[in-house]
Design a protein around this ligand. Structure first.
Ligand code: HEC
Length: 292
């Protein structure tokens, strides 16, 4: 008799744990899905892919003053990627510029901008990174002739320029504020479109005003609303269309680095987010800065 009353109880208990397991799994995949969207807003973290190589496996070479540095393998490979990193370690790298091994990351990794990313977006993004299929790829170490380059460069940078942002729990949902949030803390348009001085420090007086010699020596257009030298003549839908399709109002295809971030990410974002970015760009003060 006793056994008979126990059985249903065991059954209910098993069902409970099975359901709990299923909901935990569901939560995990919902998180990863939201993270995939944040990843798209972030231009597919395209600096961590070599053009035509296996995506997200890092190893892209970045020439910086007196050195060359290589981006990290973001896949879940245990030895060469993020497989052994805890969520907290990934977060510290993204927002504090601190490597799991204790070293400081060079500011080529835009952790200052990412420090303003909303907690919910950051968590989701990390959840998504966990789903990247492990791919083994050794990444070369920093190369430089200057001894103590990393500690020196990161010390000087943090002492003089470090501008961490305030953290926030949630991202703005709509409007110009959402556009500003995406541009400044997720999509990082300024990373390419704002010129830098010889030390690699962005020149805030030329915010989004382009550069004759941007990353990898590419010419980067002025995207402020200046009518003559910027994109003041573009409508908000022109700008959104470019982000979503890679086509300019004159029907030319976008090229170079912009094509990479469109292809790897911006193309997959929601139309309302592309329009929010456009509305924010239109609210940025026009700066006269002739590039072409
Ligand atoms: C990785 C570097 C990079 C990032 C990040 C980036 N851009 Fe660009 N962008 C470029 C380059 C390079 C071009 C020039 C492409 C060409 O000549 O076809 C460009 C072109 C453009 C143009 C066309 C301007 C013109 O006059 O033709 C617009 C608009 C633009 N970007 C907006 C944005 C916005 C908005 C963001 C952020 C959501 C962004 N870009 C992020 C590198 C970048």
């Amino acid at each position: 008799m006793k056994g008979n009353t126990c059985l249903p109880a065991i059954f209910v208990l098993l069902l409970f744990f099975a359901l709990k397991g299923i909901t935990a799994g569901q939560q995990q995949s919902e998180l990863a899905q939201r993270g995939e969207y944040v990843f798209a807003l972030a231009g597919g973290c395209a600096c961590h892919s070599v053009p035509k190589g296996t995506p997200h496996t890092g190893g892209r070479e970045f020439p910086i003053p007196m050195a060359k540095v290589y981006s990290t393998n973001l896949t879940a490979d245990k030895e060469t990627g993020l497989g052994q990193w805890s969520d907290q370690q990934i977060r510290d790298a993204m927002v504090k510029g601190r490597h799991r091994n204790g070293k400081r990351l060079l500011p080529v990794m835009p952790y200052e901008e990412y420090s303003g990313m909303a907690e919910e977006d950051l968590n989701a993004l990390i959840g998504y990174l966990r789903t990247l299929k492990p791919v083994r790829k050794e990444i070369p170490a920093l190369t430089t002739w200057l001894p103590f380059y990393r500690p020196l460069a990161t010390f000087v940078w943090s002492a003089l320029f470090n501008r961490a942002s305030n953290t926030r729990a949630k991202a703005p949902l709509a409007g110009v504020e959402r556009g500003r949030y995406i541009v400044e803390h997720v999509a990082l348009c300024g990373d390419c479109h704002t010129p830098r001085n010889f030390l690699g420090v962005p020149d805030r007086s030329l915010y989004l005003a382009g550069s004759k010699k941007g990353p990898f020596g590419e010419e980067i257009p002025n995207i402020t609303s200046d009518k003559e030298t910027g994109i003041g003549e573009w409508s908000r839908t022109d700008i959104a269309e470019l982000l979503l399709t890679g086509t300019k109002p004159d029907l030319d295809n976008i090229e170079g680095l912009m094509a990479e971030v469109v292809e790897a990410g911006y193309k997959k974002i929601r139309r309302e987010d592309a329009l929010a970015i456009a509305d924010y760009l239109k609210s940025v003060p026009p700066v006269k800065n002739k590039i072409k």
